[in-house]
Design a protein around this ligand. Structure first.
Ligand code: PEP
Ligand code: MG
Length: 574
């Protein structure tokens, strides 16, 4: 029988393979073999986890309120004692050595055998203590899974279709290393950074299915259709043939577009267009080399900060920026200062903001953490000595933020001069226009900055008051909303008046259905994920800009969705 689930397709393409269900309630423990020569390291890793968990429990013990029931402290004492018990400590180490397996798996085996002893007990109270064993072991497994030395279970995930309740951008970083073939989640929307990464990596994905992680089973054969948002479990031979044929057609289409790599992007009537790439992961750098991009219009640096407890230092960042410059082969690269907050949280973040999209993120956060910001500014400035670097500030809202950021950039320059470290004193400074406030004041920002870039993902979120991560309002996400289009036009016009170049690096720029509309609004620089460059270039090459203008002139009198859709169809059918 075929089971059909529907959600939102957030990354196109068909993926076929076996399901791997991530159960977040419990740590996802997999077995992998440890080579004999690395067994001592694995034992040391386990011992480190024992020490960490002991420290955590002592900390918890210290914070138990004095009026808490005595049993609470008793539980923690019992857990601390268990950590010292030979059943947990020595026997697990023996298992690691005997089976030559990872510590998490040895703990799982040990738990199974301890639980069977408890289950056989007559005494009901004692039987409940097996839950304590489970809690302690779970805490240890979680600690081990977060341990930087832990070998990721890459082999097990390669080619699998991951099913989860939700996936964060940090999860995606790990999963793409494991070379998963696709994913499906219960929650999520098309504008989350997880979705953006999936599209960049070309991993077909469907989100917002609400029930995939409860209905789908491990190892079940799945088809994920990222174009239509369908997920099929147990598809029969006829359906599988159909999806394989679609995979083949998509591959042929991609090959045809690759033929355009060296063709300059220019409309039929001679308007040259800059086609830049959005980059965030090492994989994108590889794609960048062969993409034919005119440079990098957005390098999202926050991925250097995820899945670690301390931010990367100046030298480490400089190494990454050097790699970026090498991959871009002499073409300009736009490095955006870190946009942490909202859905991109480093592991050290303990407290979640009440409303993260409106909270301390991007430039706001950088200005509150001047040391981390200064380190990044120095690294970017030093990179500007190695090649054509532009710096870009995310999520500007008020002129005062820009003023403070410019002051800090100047301070970084002075310090580098004193230390005789080289940088380009003319390095262009740009800002992202992604809040309605910045769009309304963009004349000012255009005067103060060397370039602007429109971040439509956030501009749409903040203009339409929809959380880009919340699937219950995904239906309201509409790049064609007249209010959004008017703000975009306003930014492009302000840039033209001030002779300040305006680019667009949000997802709208990478949607071929919108290319003509944006060209008609006067956009001449698009920054899109590398795998969309061919498609967008193809649209530009077959556009006659002059023919768009009479239709674009009607935009100001459009208020409803239906009229807007008809107008877009007329543009695209020209
Ligand atoms: C945007 O908001 O459009 C953008 C490009 O920034 P991010 O998606 O990283 O928030
Ligand atoms: Mg943004």
């Amino acid at each position: 029988m075929t089971l059909l689930l529907t959600g939102t397709g957030i990354s196109p393409g068909i993926a076929m393979g076996k399901a791997h269900v991530l159960r977040r309630g419990r740590p996802d423990v997999l077995e992998y073999a440890i080579p004999r020569q690395h067994l001592d390291d694995e034992v040391a890793r386990f011992q480190r986890a024992l020490t960490t968990v002991t420290r955590q429990l002592r900390e918890i013990q210290r914070h138990i309120p004095s009026d808490a029931p005595r049993d609470v402290a008793g539980f923690i004492d019992a857990h601390l004692l268990m950590l010292k018990d030979h059943l947990l400590a020595e026997d697990t180490i023996s298992l690691i050595r005997e089976r030559q397996c990872n510590a998490e798996w040895a703990l799982k085996l040990q738990q199974d055998s301890i639980v069977s002893v408890f289950d056989a007990m007559e005494d009901a109270y004692l039987r409940t203590r097996r839950d304590d064993v489970a809690h302690v072991i779970e805490r240890l497994q979680r600690t081990l899974l977060e341990d930087e030395g832990a070998a990721p279970a890459q082999r097990e995930l390669r080619g699998r279709l991951v099913v989860a309740d939700d996936l964060s951008p940090a999860d995606m970083v790990l999963l793409q290393h494991a070379q998963i073939a696709g994913f499906v989640t219960d929650a999520g929307g098309p504008l989350s950074h997880t979705a953006i990464m999936a599209r960049g990596l070309g991993i077909p994905a469907v989100v917002g299915t609400r029930a995939a992680s409860t209905l789908l089973r491990d190892d079940e054969p799945l088809v994920i259709d990222g174009d239509t948002g369908m997920v099929l479990a147990g598809a029969d031979a006829r359906l599988r043939r159909h999806f394989r044929q679609r995979q083949k057609t998509a591959r042929e289409h991609t090959r045809a577009l690759q033929a355009l790599t060296d063709t300059p992007a220019c409309t039929r009537d001679g308007q040259a267009v800059q086609l830049m790439a959005n980059v965030e992961l090492a994989e994108d750098l590889r794609a960048l080399r062969h993409s034919g991009a005119d440079g990098v219009g957005l390098y999202r640096t926050e991925y250097l900060f995820l899945n670690r407890s301390t931010p990367p230092d100046e030298e480490e960042q400089l190494r990454h920026y050097r790699k970026l410059l090498n991959a871009s082969q002499g073409r300009p690269v736009t490095i955006r200062t870190v946009d942490l907050g909202a859905d991109k949280l480093a592991v050290d973040t303990v407290t979640a903001a009440l409303n993260p999209a409106l909270g301390l993120r991007a430039i706001r956060r950088s200005l509150q953490e001047p040391e981390v910001f200064m380190t990044q500014l120095r690294a970017i400035l030093r990179a500007s000595h190695l090649g054509p670097v532009r710096i870009m500030l995310p999520m500007l809202t008020t002129p005062a933020e820009l003023e403070q950021a410019l002051e800090l950039i100047e301070r970084a320059r002075q310090r580098l001069r004193r230390e005789r470290k080289r940088f380009d004193p003319e390095m262009p400074i740009g800002g992202m226009i992604e809040t309605p406030a910045a769009a309304l004041l963009c004349e000012h920002f255009a005067r103060q900055l060397d370039f602007l870039s429109i971040g439509t993902n956030d501009l749409i979120q903040y203009t339409l008051a929809i959380d880009r991560l919340d699937e219950s309002v995904t239906y309201l996400y509409d790049p064609l909303h007249p209010a959004v289009l008017r703000l975009i036009r306003m930014i492009i016009d302000a840039g033209a008046r001030q002779a300040t170049p305006v680019a667009m690096c949000g997802e709208m720029a990478g949607d071929p259905q919108l290319t003509r509309l944006l060209l008609g609004l006067g956009l001449t620089e698009f920054s899109v994920r590398p795998n969309m460059l061919g498609e967008i270039k193809h649209r530009i090459l077959e556009t006659d800009l002059g023919a768009l203008h009479p239709i674009i002139d009607e935009l100001d009198s459009v208020y409803t969705e239906e009229v807007m859709t008809r107008l877009l169809q007329r543009l695209n059918n020209l």
